[in-house]
Design a protein around this ligand. Structure first.
Ligand code: CDV
Length: 311
């Protein structure tokens, strides 16, 4: 049984300092400790505002949102407090690394165990939005300009009594994300998101669809891979953009067992029995018994659609 606290964050202002944000995360960790949580999941880019919303001409202005060390001077307190409480956590942040003389920037998250040790890292694979400045838009979504595509695949880790995996925001809309982890026996997938409540980068949508697609993707991913899914929002009006909340915890049956009510800092808690994954893993979604990978070639052969020939 893993008691999970999905630590939704309200908006983070563009000029909010790391220390101010870390204080908010510490308050959520303390609340999680009082409520008996084993594991706390924070959103995507949990240490800063969602900066791809703005176009910056100067790389220095972009780089101030990135971490060059994890833990770093401001985030060490988070590791210390979590270890003191004996709570594991998952944290999304912008990661800058030097690799063979080249600077790489990723939209990343880490999994930290109850002793404060980093046991896993994931770098976002599905980067949505656009690479060019689009001044006609109310806000930008420049993930394709500011981040490199994640290069770590979709690993899972044995930790905290289960098999744990992570992904980030737009990844949750893609069935491949869940299946890659499902094929490694994942029992809990943690993910954070920053999703505008209106006007996504792919064009106009009636506002009710943002919530529908959020739930639909995570519930389907959970059920079809017999895993818990913890989806955690950064919510509320951030820099003039209304971000959806809807933080939720989904059981391996696909049922939502806990959901956020606010657009603020809020802890959503559920007792997640990892053995509840076993039923579907051993029956309808017994992959070894029922999957037919020989018939799925197109999935790895092509990114885009290959239409049948015209008559
Ligand atoms: N941060 C994200 O990846 N957001 C995307 C959208 C809305 C651009 C998402 O899929 O929620």
């Amino acid at each position: 049984m893993v008691t999970v606290g999905a630590a939704q964050l309200g908006p983070i202002a563009r000029d909010e300092t790391r220390s101010q944000v870390v204080d908010r995360l510490l308050a959520l960790l303390d609340r999680a400790h009082e409520r008996g949580c084993d594991l706390v999941v924070f959103p995507e880019l949990a240490l800063t505002t969602f900066f791809p919303r703005w176009y910056f001409e100067n790389q220095d202005e972009i780089d101030r949102f990135f971490e060059t060390a994890m833990p770093g001077p401001e985030t060490q307190a988070l590791f210390d407090r979590a270890a003191e409480h004996g709570i594991g956590f998952c944290l999304g942040f912008a990661e800058m690394v030097e690799n063979g003389g080249e600077t790489q920037r990723f939209n990343s998250c880490i999994l930290v165990d109850k002793s404060g040790a980093i046991v896993g890292k994931y770098r976002k694979v599905h980067l949505p939005g656009h690479a060019d400045h689009l001044p006609e838009r109310k806000w930008q979504h420049l993930e394709k300009a500011y981040f490199d595509v994640g290069d770590l695949g979709f690993p899972v880790w044995r930790t905290m009594g289960g098999i744990m995996g992570m992904c980030i925001c737009n990844d949750r809309r893609w069935p491949e994300t869940y299946r890659m982890m499902g094929l490694q026996g994942v029992e809990m997938i943690m993910l954070g998101y920053n999703t505008p409540a209106t006007e996504p980068p792919w064009g106009f949508e009636p506002t009710h669809l943002a919530g529908l697609h959020n739930n639909l993707s995570m519930q389907a991913g959970a059920y079809q891979n017999a895993t818990w899914v913890i989806g955690v929002a950064k919510a509320g009006n951030e820099g003039g953009c209304d971000m959806m909340g809807g933080t939720l915890i989904v059981a391996p049956t696909g049922e939502i067992v806990a959901q956020g009510r606010t657009l603020e800092d809020e802890l959503v808690i559920a007792d997640c029995d990892l053995d509840a994954c076993n039923h579907y893993k051993n029956t309808v979604f017994n992959f070894a018994e029922h999957r037919q990978p020989d018939q799925y070639g197109l999935i790895t052969e092509t990114a885009g659609v290959i239409l049948p020939p015209d008559d």
